[in-house]
Design a protein around this ligand. Structure first.
Ligand SMILES: [Cu+2]
Length: 83
């Protein structure tokens, strides 16, 4: 198991936290997920089953961004659970 800490941008409330948590938990090989405001996600994952890139993609698919990721500077077209 590896632990990845990501800076997630775009989360504004508890609904966002659970959305990101669910998106990460749904990936194969992901164990404990701890997401907290304003934008931190700690993920335990099995590096044989998933990768950092997939974790970041899951966050992106949920409508958020990972700071330091490839597209961190791209403008957000969606995001948040409320908007
Ligand atoms: Cu929200």
């Amino acid at each position: 198991m590896q632990t990845e800490t990501m800076n997630v941008t775009g989360m504004t409330c508890g609904g966002c936290v659970s959305k990101v948590t669910q998106a990460l938990t749904a990936l194969p090989g992901v164990g404990h997920v701890d997401v907290s405001l304003p934008g931190k996600a700690c993920v335990d994952f099995d590096e044989k089953l998933t990768s950092r890139e997939r974790l970041q993609a899951a966050v992106k698919d949920a409508g958020y961004w990972v700071a330091g990721g490839k597209e961190a500077t791209a403008s957000r077209t969606k995001g948040g659970c409320c908007g």
